[in-house]
Each structure stands twice: as C-alpha cells, then as structure tokens.
Ligand binder design. Structure first.
Ligand code: NAD
Length: 484
C-alpha cells in the first residue's frame, strides 16, 4: 500500500484503532492505496469529548484571533497545492488540473472565513431611553460535518473554516472512499496553529453517520451527499433536535434556445457534463433543446470528442459506479435514445484497471426515461427536444431536484424569463456550471437541500451560529459621575 493504514484523528493526533477496516482504492489504477477504519464508535465518543473540551477556550477567543489560523492555513494550502492536488487525484480519480482547481476553491472559501470578522459585528441600539439591546453571533458548540467522495478537499473546506472561525469545534466524517485528504487537512490546520481538539476526524460509513446524528454531545450536523442519504440524515439529526443542513443530489437542466451562441454553448455544455467525470452536483446532465438544435447538438458532439479519458477526463470513483453509468446508457439505448457519442468500453493505455468512462451524448431522450430523471453521476449528457420554451421549463420544474439550472441564449429577456421560472437554487445564464463564488452562498432547492440555510458564504453564518440578544438598562437619571 502506498499510504499507511489510516486512523481517526482526535485531540490533534492520530489515534490507533482496532476497528474493522475497509480498503481504499485509487480510481486511476484500481489499486489499493490504504485502509480506513470503520465503525469506530469509541473514537466518536473521544472525538466529541475532545471537541467539547476545546470549545470553551476556542469560543472565547475573539474572532479576529480565531481567523488568524485561517490566514496561515490558506497560505499552507497554496504552499502544498501540488501535493494536496496529487492526493485528491489519487483517491478520487480527477485530472491534475481539476484537482488543482479544487484546492484553489478551498483557498477561496478559506479567504471568506478570514473575512468573517467584517461580517459578524452584530448590532447595538438604544431601544428606549436608558435601555440598550445588542445582538451578537455566538457559536453552537460541537458541529459534525459529513462529506461525500466527489470533492475530497473542497467539500470539507466548505464547512471547516467557517464553522471553526465562528467559534465551533468540529467532528469531520469524510467519505470512506476518499479519507486521505481530510487527514491531510487536519494536519495542515494543526500546523497553522489550530488548538488540539478543535477539529477531529472520525472515519466510517452508514453506522458512523447514524451514531453522529444520535450523539447527544453534537449540536448541529452539516451533510453533503446523495438525496437518499441527505433525507435520512436530516430526519434523524432533527429528530434529536439538532440543527441540520443536508445537501443532496442533483439533476441539472440546461435549456438551450435557438439563438444560443453555437460555439460557446457547445464548449460550455461539453465541459459541464464531463468535468470531474460528471461527478459534480453542478454537472449539466440533462439538456433541453428548444426548436431547431441540430447545429448545436453536432458541435456538442465535436467538443465532447476532444474530451479524452486519461488525458483531460478523469476516472469515476469505482467499478460499481462505472457499471451503474453503463447500465443507464444501455437502458436509454434500449428505450430509443440515439447514442451520438458512446463512452462505454473505453480503455486507457497504461491504466487498464482504472475506472474510466468516455463522454457520452444521448439524443432524442424522452422526459420519462431514467436518464432524463435520475442522477447518473457520470460523463453522460441526455438531450431532450421541445417545441416551446414553456415546455422546456415544465420539464425542468417537474424534476424533484433543484440544485442548478442554466439557460443558453443571447436574449436578456428570455434569460430572465427562464431564471425566474426555473425551480433551482443556482441559475446560470450562458454558464454551464453556475457555482456562486464567495461571498455568495452555495445551496440548492427542493430535494437538493434540506434545511433552512446554505452551506457556504454569508448564509452559512446563520447555520453555524446562534444569536445572543442582551438588553441592558443603564439608568441615565442617576447622572453617575465616577470622577466626582
Ligand atoms: P453518499 O450519500 O453515498 O455519501 C455521503 C456520506 O454519507 C458519506 O460520508 C457516506 O459515508 C455516508 N453514507 C453513505 N450511505 C449512507 C447511509 N445509508 N446512511 C448514512 N450515511 C451514509 O454520497 P456520495 O456518493 O459520497 O457523493 C455523491 C453524491 O453527493 C451525489 O448525489 C452528489 O450530487 C452529491 N453531492 C451534492 C453536493 C451538493 O452541494 N448538493 C455536493 C457534492 C456532492
């Protein structure tokens, strides 16, 4: 194994465990690179204890002092960028440039955390003569962050800098498929000066997530993953009266109008559906072409042919994922979809055991087909065709998800028409992956997110804090003058 067996990280140190382990594979080669402990409930108790123990001292530091750690951490992310990106690539299967972009995004969210003192000043007002109210943001206590496999560095960094800078202590539970990056993040935060116990990392799968939701010492749970699990986590954590935000899966629609700029649209659509091997909750996986669309569809196929597995297209996470994606394409073909570009059965020379898929473009997909409705999470674009824009919007609106939607057009009025009617939290106009940049927040609608706040940006301040209101009567009539 390239990496030694992983352990939990509690109180600022790696703690050996006798828990059963799971093998960790690299999607690039199919080789085992490490093992990860599973079901470490004792470690969870220890992690919560360590977090509770660290909370008082950490939360009492002024926020300007707390963010000092993140100035250093941001620098360490930059300094160690190549190594961090290599780790992401190895455990997740991304291309080198995608992995670099992921770490750069981690830096951007860390920069946002560094700006939190400017955004969390609270309010003060004399509400009646001699009576003053002030409000301040106070941390919640111990927060658990549960993360998915598709962004091993960025998604933990969506929550850790903000949650910790706002005064909370954290128990992080990364995906058991990509546990290595989280351990490195913990080491770098320690190097940046984070006191022991403020961040703890526990490993595991379903059982560990359930134990986190049930644990009486945890005050809030943030979750990012599939909709099926997001629903379970939201229901379970809130049944224990914990605060919870649970981000789920997606089926993002791109509505392409006949006046769309052909080249720009085609390159955007191809990049959106295939980036990170289609394993992005913001990936465009359903395109609805309104009216005459043959020229754009043809250009999308040409652009997609330039995306080559093993070169500018990474691997999917596992053999099981590859089989699931292939199964979706097989089924669509049987149901009458036209396979314009076929990514099944690709082999990458020198990485024959890697989990690679080629980009796939399916045309004449019907809205009732599984490829039109379900999250495929692979480099597959399903193209539906409609006669009218309202029909296209109706297809988008019928999706139970609501993460992102995009419109491609050169008409400002039509763009606005779609943006107003699309039932999604993040809208793109001539942008295939409309991820809001900091300080704007990230979060979908409908079954793409459960809970009131978004997970990043300004909205996350509400999630990771509670507001304390203090009313003070200072009796101006007394005319006290301590100098007399
Ligand atoms: P997943 O739901 O399988 O796993 C997410 C986390 O939940 C992992 O830590 C895993 O250990 C745990 N888990 C898995 N099954 C569980 C169960 N039955 N009960 C309790 N916990 C369980 O998700 P994934 O496959 O790791 O990630 C891909 C999914 O995440 C996609 O659906 C993608 O759209 C979604 N995602 C969403 C966003 C967003 O912002 N909305 C961002 C990234 C990924």
């Amino acid at each position: 194994m390239k990496y030694s067996a992983l352990t939990h990280w509690v109180g600022g140190t790696a703690v050996p465990s006798n828990d059963p382990t799971l093998a960790v594979y690299s999607p690039l080669t199919g080789e085992q690179i490490s093992t990860v402990p599973m079901s470490g409930f004792e470690a969870l108790d220890q992690a919560v204890l360590a977090a509770r123990g660290a909370f008082e001292a950490w939360s009492q530091k002024p926020i300007k002092e707390r963010v000092g750690v993140f100035y250093t951490y941001r620098h360490l992310l930059e300094k160690n960028m190549q190594e961090l990106a290599a780790l992401v690539r190895e455990e997740n299967g991304k291309t080198h440039s995608e992995a670099i972009a992921e770490v750069q995004k981690s830096m951007e969210v860390t920069e946002f955390a560094c700006s939190l003192p400017q955004l969390t000043a609270g309010e003060v007002m004399e509400v009646s003569r001699g009576v003053e109210c002030r409000s301040e943001y106070r941390p919640l206590g111990v927060v658990a962050c549960i993360t998915p496999f598709n962004f091993p560095n960025m998604v933990p960094n969506w929550t850790l800098p903000n949650a910790i800078a706002l005064g909370n202590c954290v128990v992080l539970k990364p995906s058991e498929l990509v546990p290595l990056s989280s351990m490195r993040i913990a080491e770098l935060l320690k190097e940046a000066g984070l006191p022991d116990g403020v961040l703890n990392v526990v490993h595991g799968g379903k059982d560990m997530v359930e134990a986190i939701c049930d644990h009486p010492g945890i005050h809030a749970v943030s979750f990012v993953g599939s909709t099926k699990v997001a629903k379970l986590v939201y229901a379970r954590a809130t049944s224990h009266l914990k605060r919870c935000v649970a981000l789920g899966g997606a089926k993002n629609h791109l509505i392409v109008l006949p006046d769309a700029h052909v080249d720009m649209t085609a390159s955007n659509v191809a990049a959106s559906m295939s980036g990170c091997a289609g394993q992005r909750c913001m990936a465009a996986s359903a395109m609805v072409a309104v009216g005459a669309a043959d020229a754009i569809v043809q250009r999308i196929v040409e652009e997609s042919k330039k995306i080559v597995p093993g070169q500018n297209l990474g691997a999917v996470i596992s053999q099981a994922a590859k089989e699931r994606i292939t199964g979706y394409i097989d089924q669509a073909e049987r149901q009458g979809a036209k396979v314009l570009l076929d990514g099944r059965n690709v082999k990458v020379q020198g990485s024959e055991n890697g989990y690679y898929m080629g980009p796939t473009v399916l045309d004449y997909v019907k809205p009732e087909m599984a490829v039109a409705q379900e999250e495929i999470f692979g480099p597959v674009l399903s193209i539906m065709r409609t006669e009218s824009l309202d029909e296209a919007i109706a297809i988008e609106n019928r999706s139970p998800y609501g993460n992102a939607a995009a419109v491609f057009t050169q008409s400002g009025g039509l763009a606005r028409y779609v943006a107003e009617r699309a039932s999604a939290g993040m809208i793109g106009v001539n942008i295939g992956v409309p991820v809001p940049r900091e300080p704007f927040s990230f979060g979908g609608w409908n079954e793409s997110k459960f809970g009131a706040c978004d997970i990043t940006g300004k909205s996350s301040i509400e999630f990771f804090t509670q507001i304390k209101k203090t009313t003070t009567k200072w009796n101006p009539e007394a005319r006290t003058n301590w100098m007399s």
